[in-house]
Design a protein around this ligand. Sequence first.
Ligand code: HEC
Ligand code: HEC
Length: 219
Amino acid sequence: MRIVVIVLLFLCCGSALPALAEPVEIRENGCKECHRFSSHDKEFYKGPDLFFAGNKFYKNWLTKFLQSPMVIREVNVFSGSNVLREESKAIDSHVALKEDESERVTNFLMTLRLPNLELGKVDEEPLSKGERARAKVLFERTFGCISCHRALNLVGKVRGGVSGPSLINSGERLKPDWVFNWLKKPQQFMHEGRMPVYDLNEETTVLITKYILNIRKNP
Ligand code: HEC
Ligand code: HEC
């Protein structure tokens, strides 16, 4: 009888159970040697922070990335201040996991979240032509985002700088809520970010978020 109750409790209240255990693949592949998994960790790592992976990435994208990683940052990532060290070259190889491993690791990474993000600010409404034009000026001229980020020009040609992550097809990768928070209050994520902190109001932040997530390369 007791067993039945425990099983029932487990089935119905699974979500109330303690956080998903960390899969062995994380240790076996040295993920923590290159990525920060906790916001309390103040050291500098080679790879981007993952302690808010559940806020940042779409699950499908993450599962695929871990099986066949692609380059997002042509200049390697250093979250520290020693940014442009000689050896900061593009990664040409990232650990690749098998399908089942990738699913386990993804499920775990998706549980890594920050508590106090502002949610639901970016609605689904596409930008109007006028808004797009305004966002483009902000992105390219006013704030010069393009000098550090890969994007596309009007005819779909790749342009832009490489010191930040590429924003091409970022709509498949990044969740709108996360991008909004990243732009509005980057201090929540980084102790020493390498991107300028802009004092954007909410409306502009939504506009730019939608603009970025729409930088789409036709297959
Ligand atoms: C030798 C260092 C190293 C190891 C080990 C490593 N990574 Fe990475 N990882 C990187 C670097 C550098 C990047 C940035 C690549 C890019 O942007 O092109 C990256 C990118 C990523 C990204 C995309 C992050 C983003 O913000 O775009 C994820 C997710 C990721 N790694 C997860 C993992 C997991 C999970 C493991 C272990 C299975 C792992 N990494 C092991 C260095 C490493
Ligand atoms: C001086 C260079 C620079 C400028 C200008 C800049 N960024 Fe960035 N941006 C970066 C770097 C570097 C990162 C990676 C931060 C990190 O992980 O340390 C980044 C990260 C991002 C990310 C997160 C992408 C990801 O996959 O992690 C977004 C979104 C973004 N920037 C958008 C913008 C927008 C919008 C603007 C203009 C309002 C802008 N950036 C201006 C350098 C820049």
